[in-house]
Design a protein around this ligand. Structure first.
Ligand SMILES: Cc1cc2nc3c(=O)[nH]c(=O)nc-3n(C[C@H](O)[C@H](O)[C@H](O)COP(=O)(O)OP(=O)(O)OC[C@H]3O[C@@H](n4cnc5c(N)ncnc54)[C@H](O)[C@@H]3O)c2cc1C
Ligand code: FES
Length: 258
């Protein structure tokens, strides 16, 4: 993990309320998909940095990209950043996703901003022999384009919207179970709101599906480096806790209470 001063080299609204920001690093850093950056919002009054998945890294230009949805004050401040502005960050943080050698067929299940860490998986494995089937869920059609640039990297893409304004009406988890017999994945990666991950966990259990499944949790965070315990969540079936920032954010779905 490094503490770095970085420069904003791009910050544009790609769909209403969702921005892609590119930051230039002063030195080359190695990343794994699913890892994240804790980024300052460039305002002395907001000292806590905000965690975002690292979507891609262009080693030649030393530029890392994040996509974020404007939620509260911190992301609103970020949306006002201009090319040339300076920010500070800590990166890379967390464990990330790993596809093992023997795992060929990968199912990606994403909801809302949870789509972004999964796009980093498609980016990292774009030249590999892995086969992806993606099930992405959005609130409405307005958000679908934030996924558009990456869908060609999957053998199969299912887009669902809560209101049915694009693709299937319903959730990404329902779309995954509908397609399960065709997909027969060797491993499942998921990220999204807690109710979505809960539905996935319950659905796997009900159907007796034992395929390895890893979820990236989006807990509220403070320090991002394991020191403040803001992000703790409970281990399944015990009194022990894990820190999402340091021990995760990616966990085997049976390992944590969701
Ligand atoms: C590992 C990880 C990766 C993430 N990746 C992305 C991403 O790629 N794109 C994206 O749009 N969002 C992502 N999020 C969620 C994003 O960090 C929050 O939406 C953002 O911090 C909200 O900040 P705010 O100041 O606008 O909101 P406020 O609600 O005003 O934030 C107040 C405080 O709560 C924290 N907080 C609020 N919501 C979250 C949340 N869901 N997760 C963690 N901390 C939160 C903030 O950091 C801040 O300290 C990720 C979260 C985690 C933990
Ligand atoms: S955010 Fe501080 S311990 Fe995880």
């Amino acid at each position: 993990m490094k503490e770095l001063n970085v420069k904003v080299v791009g910050n544009r609204e790609i769909v209403p309320g969702i921005y892609e920001m590119d930051i230039q690093l002063p030195e080359d850093i190695a990343f794994r998909c699913g890892q994240f950056v804790n980024l300052s919002v460039g305002d002395g009054a907001h000292l806590l940095r905000r965690p975002f998945a690292i979507l891609f890294y262009d080693r030649k230009r030393r530029v890392a990209g994040v996509c974020y949805q404007v939620k509260g004050e911190g992301t609103r401040l970020l949306s006002e950043k201009k090319e040339g502005d300076g920010l500070t960050c800590a990166l890379p943080l967390g464990n990330g996703f790993v596809i093992r050698e023997e795992e060929r067929r990968v199912a990606l299940i994403g909801g809302g901003v949870g789509v972004f860490p999964l796009l980093s998986v498609l980016e990292e494995y774009k030249d590999s022999d892995k086969h992806f089937r993606s099930y992405m869920g959005f609130r409405s059609a307005a958000y679908v384009d934030s996924f558009g640039a990456y869908d060609k990297r999957s053998d199969f893409v299912s887009v669902s919207t809560d209101d049915g304004s694009f693709g299937k009406k319903g959730t990404a988890v329902a779309a995954f179970f509908d397609d399960y017999e065709q997909a027969k994945p060797d491993v499942i990666f998921a990220c999204g709101p807690t109710p979505m991950l809960r539905a996935l966990k319950a659905g796997l259990k009900e159907r007796g599906i034992k395929v390895p499944c890893f979820v990236s949790l989006e807990e509220r965070m403070g320090c991002g480096i394991g020191a403040c315990l803001v992000c703790v969540c409970r281990k399944e079936g015990g009194a022990e806790n894990v820190r999402v920032c340091k021990d995760g954010p990616v966990f085997e779905i049976g390992e944590v209470e969701i």
